[in-house]
Structures are given as C-alpha cells and as structure tokens.
Design a protein. Structure first.
Length: 134
C-alpha cells in the first residue's frame, strides 16, 4: 500500500496474523504495536453486530497469542472515502483463511491523525460486515 492509511490497515492485520500464529514473541514490546494505534475511545462492531470497546478487545487479543496457528489474513481493495480535518475514513476487505475455510468481511474504519503512531493514524472505530464475493 502506498498511502499511510493503506499501510496502517495492512500492517495491523499482518500483526494480527503474526500474533495469532505465534510468529512474534508474546511480549509487551511486541504488543505495543497494537496498543499504540488504538485510540482511547476505540470501538469495533463485529460482523455479528457485537460491539467491543478498546480495553476488552486488547485483553482478548493478548490472550490469543499463538492460539490460531495456521491462520492467514490479507487485505484487499482499500479505498479512502474521506480525509479532512485530521479524520480519515476508509473501507477495505479483510479475508481470513483458517482450517481450510475462507471468510470475508468489508470494513469501514475511522482514523484520527496521530503523529506518534507508525503510520500517523490511530484507529477510532471499525464496523465489519460479512460478505461473500463470488
């Protein structure tokens, strides 16, 4: 991805894949990649409609290190929808392959510009919806 937005989406999902597979150490230093980019007000709405706030999500992710060996995650079709006033809204497809099953979701993300993060963005909100591209 050649935009900071696209890079952030791809890099964070690569972190998820590496974390779930146990390809990176289970240390506070490695997990800081996740911690530093999640805005204090972060919320995700999962494809099933369940809402998860920042702290419970981080706790769940910390416990999931190495627990999904073999998962593959990739991102397609990143589109920036709005970028103004320090806010970036984007849409992307997230694909996961695990145990010979492939799932896909379309996600809308709201970012806030934040210089001290790897790509200058913090995640404020994500809304995911299942979809099946045939």
């Amino acid at each position: 991805m050649n935009s900071p937005c696209g890079a952030e989406i791809v890099e964070l999902h690569q972190f998820f894949e590496d974390w779930f597979n146990g390809n990176i150490p289970d240390t506070a230093q490695e997990f800081q990649r996740m911690d530093v980019v999640m805005d204090a007000s972060f919320v995700i709405v999962m494809p099933d409609g369940k809402r998860v706030d920042r702290d419970p999500l981080l706790e769940l992710l910390k416990k999931s290190h190495g627990k999904r060996a073999g998962i593959r995650i990739w991102i397609e079709n990143v589109r920036v929808l709005v970028s103004e006033g320090g806010i970036v809204i984007a849409e992307y497809e997230e694909w996961q392959e695990e145990n010979s099953e492939t799932t896909s979701r379309v996600s809308t993300v709201v970012f806030r510009e934040k210089e001290e993060t790897p790509n200058g963005l913090s995640w404020v909100r994500v809304h995911e919806t299942w979809f099946d591209r045939q």
